[in-house]
Design a protein around this ligand. Structure first.
Ligand code: FAD
Length: 477
């Protein structure tokens, strides 16, 4: 029987980032995936700033940015006419080294993560399924099956279930997955074409009867369409309509011509949250623990956030630096974030898909009027950016909106004038002192000369900030 410190079930973005961070800090992993071949569809497109900050720590942000492209603007259409435009390029200026949204299809994103892992000597074991496991106070014993070959039994200190929506790990630890499925059926199509809504920007039609979004892809004329399948498109004979059946009339009305449909899929949207993310030595992360509407492109980014949160904690415990109870903070921190996310995306999604007169009025009249103003005002624009990009995340259990200074659990703010984030690439604990102060610490201390930007970003002069490996404030001295 072989032993591994961490067994990762599932090599989607969540499992790959977990494997990458652990490997970078010297923890051995085995990462298995039951799929024989890697997924080749584009699925999640949006990479937000908080994920790019983690990728900078892992030294892969440059490659991701080079492979993707920056989202320039959002256009709102009503009654097949463009009604409002919001500039999104550099919308989070000053808040993060990555003040934009990157578009990169999930298959290409995963290729990049896989290549980085390979460079570090880790290969995903494909066609290898986790079929059973049990745990005691010392280890997890797992049965994995590779293709038709015999079952291999391995032991691991910890098991990470990154095995997606239908997670076997979640089922076996018997935690609930409460929530529901929305009645609407959605379609997604990667297309090549031309027309005003295929100009490399995001276009969202808030039409009275039909919702449709055009996400730009890197190549000119390429886009991802997302829409709701109308009831009249689901006839008795066509319960399972194809693109030809949908052929949205909105496209004609918006003067869009589709030349080729490269990928077409339909899906139902769910919102569900696992009641626990941990049972002793077993954890669930990513879609295995939370699923919600794709509004705002939060799903994949949240899974990656889970992976980073758990990775450094597993590292500390396996290296003997912390007691095992550190691991329980993974669930505390990530479940409250996921809960909030599921609730917010649920409310927003119900609103988008509601066809009542008030919702229609707000969608077609109020939003096109208000949204550009929100983004024009620095304070409201940066609030929206911080929320969507997940850079506003805090692990403080009692976040106070009125606080004038940072609290423990907050993400360390980025100080552009000194680029304090470059030191986070060590993936280790560190102390930051903004101003003058002499202290002793077993961790590396970084000193920064005090300036106005630090004050603006709510740092306290001469305080010492103990920073966790994931860039959150652990203690203020
Ligand atoms: C059509 C579509 C469009 C989407 N669009 C968006 C979007 O626009 N924005 C967004 O944020 N998200 C979107 N998503 C969701 C996004 O793809 C997921 O949030 C993301 O893939 C979750 O990553 P994950 O690693 O947690 O899980 P997954 O990517 O689901 O990976 C789970 C992996 O586990 C493997 N596995 C399962 N069971 C086992 C087992 N027993 N043993 C070993 N391996 C196992 C699977 O083969 C799979 O590779 C979309 C999804 C789909 C299907």
């Amino acid at each position: 029987m072989t032993h591994t410190p961490v067994l990762i079930a599932g090599a989607g973005p969540t499992g790959l980032v977990l494997a990458l961070w652990l490997t970078k800090i010297g923890i051995k992993v085995r990462i298995i995936d039951k799929a024989v071949e890697k997924e080749t569809t584009s699925r999640a497109l949006v990479i937000h700033a908080r994920t790019l900050e983690f990728y900078r720590q892992l030294q892969i942000s440059d490659d991701v940015i080079k492979a993707g492209f920056k989202f320039p603007a959002l256009n709102l259409w009503v009654n097949h006419k463009p009604r409002a435009r919001v500039q999104l390029a550099d919308v989070g200026q000053g808040l993060t080294p990555f003040p934009y949204i990157i578009i990169l299809p999930q298959d290409q994103h995963e290729d990049l993560l896989l290549n980085k892992l390979k460079e570090l000597g880790v290969e995903v074991e494909r066609g290898t399924e986790l079929i059973a496991f049990e745990q005691n106070e010392n280890a997890v014993t797992a049965e994995i099956r590779k293709g038709d070959s015999a079952i291999e039994t391995i032991t691991a200190d910890y098991l990470a279930g990154c095995d997606g929506t239908h997670s076997i790990v979640r089922k076996k630890i018997e935690v609930g997955f409460e929530g529901s499925t929305y009645p609407h059926m959605f379609y997604v199509a990667d297309v090549i074409g031309h027309g005003p809504a295929l100009n490399g920007e995001l276009h969202v039609s808030l039409d009275k009867s039909e919702f449709m979004a055009f996400f730009p892809l890197k190549q000119t004329g390429h886009a991802r369409l997302i829409g709701i399948i109308r009831e009249d498109q689901k006839t008795e004979q066509k319960k399972d309509p194809a693109w030809e059946d949908i052929n949205p009339r909105l496209l004609r009305e918006m003067d869009v011509t589709i030349e080729q449909v490269k990928w077409f899929s339909k899906y139902r949207v769910h919102h569900r949250l696992a009641s626990h993310f941990q049972k002793d030595r077993v954890f669930i992360l990513g879609d295995a623990s939370h699923i919600h509407s794709p509004l705002g492109g939060q799903g994949m980014n949240t899974g990656i956030g889970d992976a980073v949160n758990l990775a450094w904690k597993l590292g500390e415990v396996l290296n003997g630096n912390f007691e095992e109870r550190l691991l329980s903070s993974y669930e505390t921190e990530r479940i409250s974030f996921a809960k909030q996310l599921v609730q917010t995306t649920d409310r927003a999604f119900r609103f988008i898909s509601n066809n009542g007169p008030i919702a229609r009025f707000v969608r077609t009249k109020a939003i096109p009027l208000i949204l550009p103003r929100i983004f024009k005002r620095a304070s409201t624009g940066s609030f929206v950016f911080r929320t969507l990009s997940q850079t506003g995340i805090t692990y403080n259990p009692h976040p106070l909106n009125t606080v004038t200074e940072l609290q423990t659990g907050d993400r360390l703010p980025w100080i552009e004038s000194v680029d304090n984030f470059k030191f986070l690439q060590s993936l280790d604990w560190q102390v930051h002192i903004y101003g003058d102060r002499t202290i002793e610490s077993k961790y590396r201390i970084h000193y920064f000369t005090w300036n106005d930007e630090m004050k603006e970003k709510r740092l306290r002069k001469d305080a010492a900030y103990l920073i966790r490996p994931d860039g959150h404030i652990a203690e203020i001295l």
